[in-house]
Design a protein around this ligand. Structure first.
Ligand SMILES: [Zn+2]
Length: 437
């Protein structure tokens, strides 16, 4: 073979490889680019139009509604570096009134309070722990001994007035334990577990700056198994349902220049994943350094978007730890995907024959006293009434009000509101049940 022929062959092989790489890149990036130019702008317009439909419902209780985050991590956890400088502005931006932290303890003995406690720029922060599948807030100067068995931990904390809720309810728990008071019915981290990492990274690379709320929303799946579990438990006793954002602001990819000119890459939990010379092929990824010196940021679980993604709404007398804890245990709480619409103003309640309110979400009401169940919402939606896990009513049209027209029976009745998003009906709000006995 002549040299000329060999060169020609090499050229063809190289061009084919380049062509194949280009095709693979194009195929890989197409969904993310499609989202950027088509889907997400369309969704944004739809949500904007939806939010214009807001009508303030008349208040039916003297209690106030407080927006809160109930599972979140700060620097006190080994896997977060979040400080008040990041947490409080994010909370203010999202209209969050209180944050109950759930930091991972650093050993088998956990002292509470630690980390942050008190009011910071008007945002109430209460420290707690996440360990052994618990979200716990002892609400007191407490030393938790995590070495004793889990059920004893729950007993020790709740018998002194603290809160024990089950975290990560996709995992096994002792559901028959009589001491825990509630469970996560939605956890963002749980929801992401079935996602494939590569498409998620590509989507955040393309849409992470401009459309991060939608890139997060892309991972949403209705947690039907967890909701079914919650319903089955509520048949026997009150188990408060709440949502968890589980934000660490640390599940990110970042890069920073070292003094010697090399680039250092940080992966999730701020772990160094690589240190390298900058090459022509990765230079295009880099931007001007931010205030912390990062020249590349692929942020996934930020406080700012996390706090807005799903939010708990608690009816309470005052923005104090005592009042909030008291009403949390009562189940005076509903949860909603706030980035779709702020659910403040929602109420689910029971009325007597005189149409007076005799109980609200989380309450127990005597069958003999109740006439029917009602709900009001600041946004129009499809109401679903769920009795002991079965949908017993589903409104055909989207509305602001719901009244159950059939006879009420014993059991736990909860309300969901679903809204139309991009032609699909998606869950927007979950309320705690009213228990009829
Ligand atoms: Zn967590």
């Amino acid at each position: 073979m002549k040299l000329k022929q060999i060169l020609r062959l090499v050229k063809i092989v190289l061009l084919t490889i380049c062509g194949l790489i280009a095709i693979v890149l194009l195929i890989s990036f197409t969904p993310a680019l499609w989202h950027r130019w088509v889907t997400y702008p369309r969704l944004e317009k739809q949500v904007e139009a939806f939010q214009k439909l807001r009508k303030e419902p008349i208040s039916l209780t003297k209690l106030n509604t407080y927006r809160g985050v109930l599972h979140v991590h700060s620097f006190w956890s080994h896997d977060s570096k979040g400080t008040l400088a990041e947490i409080i502005p994010a909370a203010k931006h999202c209209g969050i009134d209180f944050i109950f932290l759930t930091d991972h303890p650093r050993g088998n003995i956990d002292t509470i309070p630690r980390g942050y406690k008190g009011y910071y720029d008007g945002v109430l922060v209460e420290p707690g722990s996440e360990k052994q599948g618990f979200d716990t807030w002892p609400l007191d100067s407490t030393i938790i001994d995590w070495k004793v068995d889990k059920d004893t931990v729950a007993k020790n904390i709740t018998s002194k007035g603290g809160i024990i809720f089950y975290a990560h309810t996709e995992e096994p728990h002792n559901w028959a334990n009589p001491f825990y008071q509630g469970m996560e019915i939605y956890n963002f981290h749980t929801d992401t577990k079935d996602e494939q990492l590569f498409p998620v990274i590509l989507n955040f690379l393309v849409n992470g700056d401009k459309f991060r709320p939608w890139a997060l929303r892309e991972m949403f799946d209705e947690q039907t198994t967890i909701l079914a579990r919650w319903d089955s438990l509520n048949k026997y006793r009150k188990i408060v349902g709440f949502s968890a954002v589980d934000t660490h602001e640390n599940q990110n990819f970042r890069a920073k220049f070292l003094k010697d000119g090399r680039l250092q890459w940080f992966g999730p939990n701020a772990k160094i994943i690589d240190t390298m010379e900058v090459k022509f092929w990765n230079k295009w990824l880099l931007q001007k350094p931010d205030t912390s010196g990062y020249v590349f940021k692929l942020m996934v679980d930020t406080y700012r978007e996390g706090f807005n993604y799903i939010t708990n709404y608690v009816y309470a007398d005052a923005l104090s730890v005592n009042s909030l804890a008291n009403h949390l245990k009562k189940g005076h709480l509903y949860t909603a995907f706030k980035s779709l619409g702020d659910a403040k103003g929602f109420m689910y309640y029971a009325v007597n024959q005189k149409d007076s309110l005799i109980g609200m979400l989380g309450d127990s009401v005597k069958l003999a006293d109740i006439k029917t169940l009602k709900a009001v919402s600041p946004y129009p939606g499809q109401f679903r009434l769920i009795h002991d896990g079965k949908i017993v009513n589903q409104t055909s049209k989207e509305g602001y009000n719901f009244t159950w027209s059939e006879p009420v029976q014993k059991g736990a009745y909860r309300i969901e509101i679903h809204i139309k998003l991009d032609g699909k009906i998606v869950p927007w709000l979950y309320s705690n049940p009213i228990y009829i006995y």
